[in-house]
Design a protein around this ligand. Sequence first.
Ligand SMILES: [Zn+2]
Length: 328
Amino acid sequence: MSEKAELSPSFIPQKSPSFFFKKSKLFASIFFLTAFSLSSFPSIASCASEFITIIREPSAKESAKAKVRVHEFHTAIRKFSLENSKEVKLIKYGNVADFELLRLDINTASNARAPRILITGGIHGNETLGALASFEFVKRFMSKPELKKKFNLVVIPATNPKALFLGSRRYAEGVDLNRLFVPSDKTPEALALKSTLEDQNFAMLLDLHGGPTRQHFFSVRAAEDNGLAENALKALPSDLVLESNNGQYPGRMGLPSHPDRYLMPAKGVAESKLVGTFKAYGFDELKIPYSYTVEYPMRNKIEPSLGYYVDLIEAFLLSYETKVLKSN
Ligand SMILES: [Zn+2]
């Protein structure tokens, strides 16, 4: 588990966006005034330029720059699939604006009935590390024969390319893709994803996110999981994993008054079936028995978070083997 993913920093900004910037221009102005008054704050100008796309609509020049990052990411994915074309199949399942929707089907297992794991990244476009970690995990998976022979993967690294391009949770006013997996929704990204995944069997879903106000990794399961997630999170250093507060999630979403309340049955393991999330859709509609949202600490530095994130994905697969395959 100590092996760290090779970093590919050119795809993403080097600092995680602060959640303060998402609120409003007013909030951003207050932040800048405060920041300028703090002599210890490093290089205000460089920080500001990195966050600029998420406090207002990007200019054409900035859009072009941001767009290159998503296209570069897709180019790297394409190149990887060509280099590994015997086992990795690239499928284009749609278009959004001028971005392609791409999935990688990785069929390496010797047994035709081997568990098929679905991994999605970048549903929230400001939670960039999930997108990157999904692709870094594919590279690790392909380098590990003992994993390859036990599992098959379907990986969608940039599920919401328009939001990734904007560096924003929402790609338009009020459009949060991770609340739109409901029957009535007609959003192109959600429709394309539903249609490319329907009538397929998956053993486990890992939808990779980031928690902007949290310092820790944790997962949100859709239902009781025989300790699978708890066991997986033990692969990380204990102080990087979110503690349960006596069975309650230690934040706003753990409050009894919260309409989408999370419970937290174990360290690093919250539980919720928040309607419209992809994880809930995976559990309810795609009938994936082990469906998770996975969260990394966006306030921590990208390095070493990416390496830990890739370790955690691998640990989920190994934990599936321990808790599901071996116990059957
Ligand atoms: Zn998210």
